[in-house]
Design a protein around this ligand. Structure first.
Ligand SMILES: Cc1cc2nc3c(=O)[nH]c(=O)nc-3n(C[C@H](O)[C@H](O)[C@H](O)COP(=O)(O)O)c2cc1C
Length: 268
């Protein structure tokens, strides 16, 4: 079981954002993230409502949430909420997944991160993310994916040579596809599709284990092949910088700008 709480804080003249900034600068957010049983404590800034901030926090069980409610942090949060005169709307729901967040939360929380902290990603989390890439479906189950994990300074420097979009991430997944392995149809190969599914699996698993990420297309593929000494048949498809987002990262303004369902889906 996993408990997710969504809290919408609303205030006038950007006071909800100021509230979040003070929560971060006072170290309250970091302390809560380190509380026993906390799986996520994340603020979002809905683009269509500048007066509101959405907090999504997930807890392992009711006991952890009760403990959090009794912690000294709650008093500080209450004080700040009064200071900024914020209204609060709370939604709480329970999910059945054992150790992970529910799928709905993962797909809503995944967002492009363009500023990372200088904090390493734990090896066990990297391995979980890679495992999600291993389990991805591929055409005819041929599994052409090749994933290179850049963590050393030397490898990260190579990434910086080929792309301006590492955004300070301490680890970059380089998702490639082996053209000699992928399904070759008459006039095209599925090597790119396969790798894109693998990359998507990994991004979602990264979010699931609390690791921020972004899909990067903007990189020099030929130069990367040269830097990594890749064989001709190994085609780089995308980069996925992963890590922990910087405290002052304001979020991707496009994240909440999705088209209405009626513009993208049609029952026929
Ligand atoms: C195929 C693809 C290529 C992308 N390339 C880049 C890129 O080169 N640089 C970058 O900063 N963001 C890149 N992004 C991130 C998108 O801009 C971002 O996903 C989009 O604005 C939607 O926002 P969200 O991911 O926060 O929901 C890319 C995303 C996708 C799916």
């Amino acid at each position: 079981m996993c408990l997710t709480v969504n809290i919408y804080y609303t205030g006038k003249n950007g006071s909800a954002k100021e509230f979040v900034q003070e929560m971060i600068s006072k170290g309250i957010v970091d302390q809560i993230r380190n509380e026993k049983g906390n799986k996520r404590y994340e603020y979002f800034f809905p683009e269509n409502d500048p007066e509101t901030v959405l907090l999504i926090d997930c807890w392992e069980n009711q006991e952890a949430l009760d403990f959090h409610h009794k912690s000294p942090m709650m008093e500080q949060i209450e004080e700040l909420r009064n200071k900024y005169d914020l209204k609060m709307k709370v939604e709480q729901y329970t999910t059945v997944s054992k150790n992970n967040q529910d799928f709905e939360t993962v797909i809503r929380c995944r967002t492009a991160t363009r500023k990372f902290k200088d904090k390493k990603v734990e090896l066990e989390k990297i391995n979980k993310i890679l495992e999600a890439g291993r389990l991805a479906p591929t055409a005819k189950n041929l599994q052409p994916q090749k994933i290179y994990v850049a963590t050393s300074n030397e490898s990260l420097e190579k990434i910086d040579i080929v792309s301006p979009c590492r955004y300070g991430a301490p680890t970059v997944l380089i998702v490639c596809s082996d053209k000699n392995v992928a399904w070759m149809k008459e006039d095209y190969s599925t090597y790119e599709m396969d790798a894109c599914i693998v990359a998507t699996h990994m991004m979602l698993e990264a979010t699931n284990v609390g690791i921020d990420n972004i899909w990067i297309e903007m990189f020099d593929k030929q130069e990367l092949k040269k830097q990594l000494n890749l064989e001709d048949n190994i085609e780089p498809i995308c980069l996925i910088p992963i890590g922990y987002k910087a405290d002052d990262y304001q979020g991707n303004p496009l994240h909440n700008k999705r088209k209405d369902l009626k513009h993208i889906a049609k029952f026929i």
